[in-house]
Design a protein around this ligand. Structure first.
Ligand code: DGY
Length: 320
């Protein structure tokens, strides 16, 4: 029996590629060049499944061109805003993601952003690396305490809850907004706000952890930023398109916001150029899930979905 063929659209960790080679006829992307939609359609012509990343947009037009033999599209991500699920369903192609694989790594990174922004880490690094540090003084690079501050978590799913667990250890008071209130044990004494607006009013530090959907896109716009307490800090480890960049940059320039910590950007990697000139933004290049353990887990979860779909079992994280 020949092995099923899997089109793998990006370079993946060695252990994941080794499992792919072991179990499948894997069409790997050795140079990690991002394929165009036409290239994806051509490369998938003899594939039984695709293992994609968020860089590949699975549009209805592309789904239309996929061969009948293609049974599954598994994404190496939790977010699935790049996949048109309805189009996959209409063709009977299983679409699946990898939830729960990156919870702890992403929550760690949210704390790094919170600390980086609150403690002016970018400016501090610059001072040292550029040889400008003239020695300790009492008013140099003053940030803010996390202890006693109110952390507003927008999106209290797995990652939001993991951020809350960490932040409690820093002595922060946890507030959140979610589509629905969590059960008492999961809420763990966090304060629920039925609207995002109510959450913003009490968020000294706001952490965005909600998925990007048509309803959440541009959620943090100028009107909502105005509701945050003066001098608030905003961090985003979810998706860049949930923030109106121009409004955020304006608030960072005016001092309405003290600082921001951003790991994700609208149109990344081409982030708004004004971010680069702002000293009060702590910038990272979408590395929320970038740990060795987590990236392996993400790959194995994607492969578990592919294995199941091709063996006629329900994929563990099927999206339709
Ligand atoms: C995800 O899984 O959604 C991460 O942001 C990686 O793209």
């Amino acid at each position: 029996m020949p092995k099923p063929t899997i089109l793998v659209t990006r370079r993946l960790p060695p252990a994941v590629e080794a499992r792919l080679r072991r179990d499948y006829d894997a069409k790997l992307n050795q140079d990690d060049r991002i394929y165009t939609s036409d290239e994806l359609a051509a490369l998938a012509a003899d594939a039984d499944g695709m293992l994609i990343c968020t860089s590949e947009k699975i549009t209805p037009a592309l789904v239309e061109k996929l061969p009948d033999r293609l049974k599954v599209i598994a994404t190496f991500s939790v977010g699935y805003e790049h996949i048109d699920i309805a189009a996959c369903e209409a063709r009977g192609i299983v679409a699946a993601n990898a939830p729960g694989t990156m919870t702890e790594a992403t929550a760690d990174l949210a704390m790094l952003l919170i600390l980086g922004a609150a403690r002016r880490s970018y400016e501090a690094q610059q001072l040292v690396r550029q040889g400008q540090w003239k020695g300790w003084h009492a008013t140099m690079l003053l940030g803010i305490d996390l202890h006693g501050k109110r952390l507003g978590i927008y999106g209290m799913g797995r990652i939001g809850q993991a951020v809350a667990r960490r932040a409690r250890g820093f002595g922060m008071e946890i507030h959140y907004h979610n589509r629905s209130r969590l059960p008492h044990d999961l809420e763990a004494q966090a304060t629920y706000h039925a609207t995002l607006e109510d959450l913003l009013r009490v968020s000294d530090i706001l952490s965005i952890n909600a998925p990007s959907t048509p309803d959440t896109r541009n959620a943090l716009n100028a009107e909502r930023i105005a509701l945050l307490p003066d001098g608030a800090v905003v961090v985003n480890t979810a998706r860049g398109d949930m923030i109106d960049d121009v409004a955020l940059i304006g608030a960072l320039k005016s001092g309405k916001l003290r600082a921001a910590g951003l790991d994700v950007f609208a149109g990344e990697p081409n982030l708004h150029k004004d971010f680069l000139a702002l000293p009060n933004v702590y910038l990272l290049p979408h590395i929320g899930s970038a740990t060795i353990e987590t990236r392996d887990r993400m790959g194995y979860a994607a492969l578990d979905n592919i294995d199941a779909a091709l063996q006629g079992r329900p994929a563990p994280n099927r999206l339709w």
